[in-house]
Design a protein around this ligand. Structure first.
Ligand code: NDP
Ligand code: 8X3
Length: 247
């Protein structure tokens, strides 16, 4: 039975993937900051689940939490580095320093800390799969996206670097770069302004978390010699980060 660790399992893409992996019978380690949501999800899923509450930005907490994983969950086959968010949408000249820290610390350093903690076991077992959730913002920049785009460009670079450095260790590394997915993402970006957030997904069929979960499941279930390295996924109505056709 495969074991998967998912960061950002309390919402959106991470939660949808947890549900899909559970349906496939995987054992799951589900992570996030909202313990109550993790517990609700654990109760809902018909598989063995271990939950870990930590903020990926806190280096000590990351290592403490991941070192505490019980023996029966330790041999992680799939690491889904999904936790992350955009904070704000401002020009570089008007950017908020706390938002910048939250994005660079969460989307980049958090991903690094989690990967660093999980890799030794994968290397020792000569086996593993890392899936990093980038974004179309990893491939392009758009007005006012600056630091979020930079953080996701870093995820793109790190995904390529991981593939190079881990070559020879039988560890596959895939990066998935979604366009607009209707999750809590925009609520976080706009700091709880639900009306503004809902507007982001109006007038077109946005991707749903389930769409990305299915792609993650497909990629991670290919035979051992197949690695889908890098995948950009848009809603049909969106051609790039600045071209979106609304009805
Ligand atoms: P959601 O806001 O729905 O989910 C974000 C998840 O990340 C939550 O489970 C949240 O958990 C977790 N998270 C955020 N910050 C931290 C942190 N500091 N420490 C621990 N966990 C954290 O958004 P999505 O599902 O859409 O986002 C998932 C990933 O997909 C992100 O990396 C995002 O950048 C990326 N993405 C999203 C797109 C979109 O349009 N929605 C498009 C392209 C990429 P909790 O709050 O409980 O800690
Ligand atoms: C989320 C998609 O276009 O808002 O990564 O950056 S976008």
């Amino acid at each position: 039975m495969k074991i998967a660790l998912i960061t950002g399992a309390t919402s959106g893409i991470g939660m949808a993937t947890a549900k899909l992996f559970a349906a496939k019978g995987y054992k799951l380690i589900l992570c996030g900051r909202r313990t109550e949501r993790l517990n609700e999800l654990k109760n809902e899923l018909n598989t063995e689940v271990h939950t870990l509450t930590f903020d990926v930005r806190n280096r000590e907490d990351v290592f403490k939490a991941l070192e505490s994983i019980p023996t029966e969950f330790k041999d992680i086959d799939i690491l889904l580095n999904n936790a992350g968010n955009a904070h704000g949408l401002s020009s570089i000249q008007n950017g908020n320093l706390d938002d910048w820290d939250a994005m660079m610390d969460g989307n980049v350093k958090g991903l690094l800390y989690v990967t660093k903690a999980i890799l030794p076991n994968m290397i020792a077992r000569n086996s593993g799969f890392i899936v990093n959730i980038g974004s179309v913002a990893a491939k392009e920049v758009y007005p006012n996206g600056n630091v979020y785009c930079a953080s996701k460009h870093a995820v793109d670079a790190l995904s390529k670097s991981m593939r190079v450095d881990l070559a020879g260790h039988n560890i596959r590394v895939a990066a998935i770069h979604p366009g607009a997915v209707e999750t809590e993402f925009s609520e976080v970006r706009f700091k709880g302004d639900t009306e503004k957030a809902a507007g982001v997904y109006q007038g077109f069929d946005a991707l749903q978390a389930q769409d990305i979960a299915e792609i993650i499941e497909f990629i991670t279930s290919r035979p051992g010699h197949v690695n889908i390295e890098d995948l950009v996924v848009y809603p049909t109505a969106q051609a790039n980060t600045t071209t979106l056709t609304r009805k």
